[in-house]
Design a protein around this ligand. Structure first.
Ligand SMILES: CC(C)(COP(=O)(O)OP(=O)(O)OC[C@H]1O[C@@H](n2cnc3c(N)ncnc32)[C@H](O)[C@@H]1OP(=O)(O)O)[C@@H](O)C(=O)NCCC(=O)NCCS
Length: 286
């Protein structure tokens, strides 16, 4: 959930002000004084770049089906599982799917968030319905035929075993595919399905001209951290507070922002953003 990382953007914003005053370029190198004309030109370039980024995201959403070009990924038939993927936009979510998402989130994440769970659940409920949200639902073919439930609140969702909530967003001026949620039910965890889905996310990101994949993980979620960092080779992104806030103590932040960026220029840009944020924290002295 990217909202929790706003602190780095704020810090970078603070630095922009401090830097402008000190005449320092984003790379940390002192600026030669720009003439009025040069400033105007630079501003124009920045506006054009911002528009291009927004257009990239708009195009990614306008591609229609996110699975259309990834037919082999519609099914996962390995390690004793037979799972079918189905995509949905937020406005298409049925009541059964909404309830399933809420229940699975609670069963997987309540223990991680502890006392903060009620406010987290409310935030997630709100995010779930936002128009930018895209979903992949995972159906277990083995239970879809013979499933019957005695509990009316779960009727119709017996074959649902997990979901992904993804979005195309601009983070720190970078268009990325942001994995808001990747949640698998107990029974289908540790069968290679998470890896399969993250590989799919990386392919969708490339095909949609995103610069990479980003996500937020709670530090207490050791299993997920192990999965992303060791199994999937994600890194703690330079814009994650543990990197960009030099005075932060481990207990100040309960999450990390992870990423896999495939574009070298973007990696460098994020490193620069990190330096900006670090300088901002130091100059503010907290
Ligand atoms: C984290 C999650 C997405 C991983 O998907 P998965 O299908 O279980 O993982 P895979 O089988 O593809 O890969 C597993 C490998 O990742 C690592 N891993 C995954 N889950 C782990 C866990 N809970 N503890 C330790 N290592 C873990 C291991 O190296 C594992 O290899 P192994 O099973 O051979 O030991 C899934 O377990 C899940 O939904 N967990 C609950 C919800 C959650 O925490 N989501 C992430 C929120 S950011």
């Amino acid at each position: 959930m990217p909202a929790s990382k706003r602190i780095t953007a704020e810090a970078a914003g603070m630095k922009a002000t401090t830097n402008q005053a000190a005449g320092i370029e984003s790379s940390g190198v002192p600026n030669k004084k720009l003439t009025g004309k040069e400033k105007k030109l630079k501003r124009k370039e920045e506006v054009a770049k911002a528009k291009a980024r927004e257009e990239t995201v708009r195009q990614a959403y306008s591609r229609g089906s996110i699975l259309a070009e990834f037919q082999p990924f519609r099914k996962f038939e390995r390690n004793g599982l037979s799972i079918t993927l189905e995509e949905r936009r937020a406005e298409e979510l049925t009541a059964v799917e909404t309830q399933f998402v809420e229940r699975l989130l609670e069963s997987n994440m309540k223990k991680i968030y502890g006392d903060n769970w009620p406010s987290q659940a409310a935030t997630r409920r709100q995010q779930m319905a936002e128009p930018d949200a895209l979903y992949l639902f995972l159906h277990d073919s083995a239970t879809s035929c013979d499933a019957s439930s005695e509990d009316p609140s779960t009727t119709g969702s017996e074959d649902l075993v997990g979901f992904v909530h993804l979005r195309f967003v601009i983070e720190e001026d970078v268009p990325v595919l942001y994995v808001y949620e990747l949640q698998l039910g107990d029974k289908v965890q540790r069968h290679g399905l998470g890896k399969f889905l993250m590989q799919l996310m990386e392919l969708i990101a490339r095909k949609s001209s995103m610069k990479g994949v980003m996500l937020t993980v709670q530090k207490r979620n050791k299993g997920a951290l192990d999965f992303y960092l060791n199994r999937m080779k994600y890194i703690v992104d330079p814009i994650s507070p543990s990197k960009s806030h030099p005075l932060a103590q481990p207990e100040d932040y309960d999450y990390e922002i992870l990423s896999k960026i495939h574009d070298p220029e973007t990696k460098q840009h994020l490193e620069e953003r990190c330096k900006l944020a670090q300088a901002a924290w130091l100059s503010e002295g907290y």
